[in-house]
Design a protein around this ligand. Structure first.
Ligand code: URA
Length: 211
């Protein structure tokens, strides 16, 4: 697994406001959107392109264009939905699928409750969106799910990660270089309720309210 921590003052600034318990939901949603756009820039560094000739008003030159198949962006419901617009802003041609994985609050294991993805993901680069990489269970389940359908490469985009969760993902994917995790920051640890510390609380609740 490759880990990329987006070390940038703008990312750190926005993340600090996100962590603040006084930040209200509208501000939280806007900041998540802005942060994801910054993370998306890092996360798409290895997106596949091919040479493409273009005529400028002055001459012709060779640039690039993205190759097919189109990337697939998959927000993990519910909190990953708050990251979708920020990601597709930079990848407007991507297809979007949905995966509902919830952690059982007693066992902390990931349980699938919704799936709206193409059956065949052969050759696809899949971007998984999940704001909080806590125990790693959800992400490992999602990675297994898309590789089992033929995905070529997985990039997980997260706001925060706990070292414990990163270890779980790393152990599960081993030496695979086709799994990358892009995060705004790696925090200290998990607490006894599997919340990230210092973290930002429950990302879904802060985005959408407690329902
Ligand atoms: N999910 C959250 O929303 N927050 C955490 O700290 C851990 C998991």
């Amino acid at each position: 697994m490759r880990l990329h921590v987006a070390d940038h003052p703008l990312v750190a600034h926005k993340l600090t406001i996100l962590r603040d318990e006084r930040t209200d939901s509208p501000t939280f949603r806007r900041l998540v959107d802005e942060l994801v756009t910054l993370l998306a820039y890092e996360a798409t560094r290895d997106v596949q392109v091919e040479p493409h000739e273009v005529r400028t008003p002055v001459t012709t030159t060779t640039g690039v264009r993205m190759t097919s198949p189109r990337p697939l962006v998959v927000p993990i419901l519910r909190a990953g939905l708050g990251m979708l617009d920020g990601m597709t802003r930079l990848l407007p041609t991507a297809e979007v699928g949905f995966l509902g994985l919830q952690r059982d609050e007693k066992t902390f294991q990931a349980v699938t409750y919704a799936n709206r993805l193409p059956e065949d993901l052969t050759g696809r680069h899949v971007f998984l969106l999940d704001p909080m990489l806590a125990t790693g269970g959800t992400l490992v389940a999602a990675i297994d799910y898309v590789f089992a359908r033929g995905a070529r490469e997985v990039t997980a985009v997260c706001l925060l990660a706990a070292p414990e969760g990163l270890r779980v993902v790393d152990d599960a994917v081993g030496d695979r270089v086709d799994v990358q995790v892009v995060v705004a920051a790696v925090d200290e640890r998990l607490n006894e309720k599997a919340y990230i510390v210092p973290g930002l609380g429950d990302a879904g609740d802060r985005l959408y309210g407690v329902v």
